[in-house]
Ligand binder design. Structure first.
Ligand code: CP
Length: 303
């Protein structure tokens, strides 16, 4: 039995197979429409979500399976003090696979250690968000043709953004990647990330102004300032609108630069950018369904 806690749980060869399967599902969805009949996915979400929970539910439904779960810790027995370990032992009796989101770093890992079914980390605190990373990688591979050989700018909340941490971890395994970290000083990427890049000899730079570097980028990965992880509202209000990608700023970028965003967006990309052919964040959400379909099949041994 296999779980998914981090994007590094799959080798790059395994990821290639997963992405090939996701692209095949995209082209021939009818071939996969009944493959999970009789299987049940549990979505255990202790933290709010639109895309991750509903794309998992859509993925399992499109595979012919069924879905149970909760979308709020307060509507589960966690509100009465039940541990994650006990909850997953019980969910193991009801479902064949579980996607779990939790505000505490490591909670899905604790669940996996007690589970009788595959557990997928659907986001744990500010730590990891591996299925978002699979979505990001599939989007880049599908729209740019490969996973190496480009300069990627990550912009916004690089301190608390778990999608950023997961994506950097995953991308360092590909050739000829350069990172440009664009953030206010207070939201810099954590030292453990830059230490890891220094150890591996991977090129990166840290800047504050998006306009200074946007012209060098092949991919711009925008992120939201993570309000829920701030200790103090004043800091959030001061930093929340630090970056707003507008058509004027996008005019400085390469013709084929991809704009990605894990979503939800707050103000960091102006809605006028949505019609630009480089804006790929809604396509990215669609790829999230295909990659989760491929992941469910792989972890259930049905691929
Ligand atoms: N990208 C993402 O994780 O979105 P949700 O929080 O809506 O699931």
């Amino acid at each position: 039995m296999r779980h998914l806690m981090s994007p590094l749980d799959f080798t790059t060869d395994e990821l290639e197979k997963l992405f090939d399967l996701a692209n095949e599902i995209e082209k021939q969805p009818e071939k996969y429409a009944h493959i999970c009949e009789g299987k049940i996915l549990a979505t255990c979400f202790y933290e709010p979500s639109t895309r991750t929970r509903l794309s998992f539910e859509s993925a399992m439904t499109r595979l012919g399976g069924r879905v149970i779960g909760f979308s709020d810790a307060n509507s589960s027995s966690a509100a009465k003090g039940e541990s994650v370990s006990d909850t997953i032992r019980v969910i193991s009796c009801y479902a064949d696979i579980c996607a779990m989101r939790h505000p505490k770093e490591g909670a899905p890992m604790v669940a996996a250690s007690k589970s009788l079914i595959p557990v997928i980390n659907a986001g744990d605190g500010g730590h990891q968000h591996p299925t978002q990373t699979l979505t990001d990688l599939l989007t880049i591979r599908s729209l740019h043709g490969s996973l190496g050989g480009y300069t990627i700018g990550l912009c916004g909340d690089l301190k608390f953004g778990r999608t950023v941490h997961s994506l950097i971890n995953a991308l360092v395994r590909y050739d000829d990647i350069k990172f440009v970290f664009i953030s206010p000083t207070e939201l810099r990427v954590p030292d453990y990330v830059t230490d890891m890049l220094n150890e591996k000899g991977i090129e990166y730079e840290e800047v504050i102004k998006l306009e200074d570097v946007i012209g060098d980028l092949d991919i711009l990965y925008m992120t939201r300032v993570q309000k829920e992880r701030f200790f103090n509202e004043e800091d959030y209000i001061r930093l929340k609108d630090f970056y707003i990608l507008t058509p004027e700023k996008l005019a400085l970028a390469k013709e084929n630069m991809l704009v990605l965003h894990p979503l939800p967006r707050v103000n960091e990309i102006s809605v006028e950018v949505d019609d630009d052919p480089r804006a790929a964040y809604f396509k990215q959400a669609q790829y999230g369904v295909y990659v989760r379909m491929a992941l469910i099949l792989t972890l259930l041994g049905l691929a």
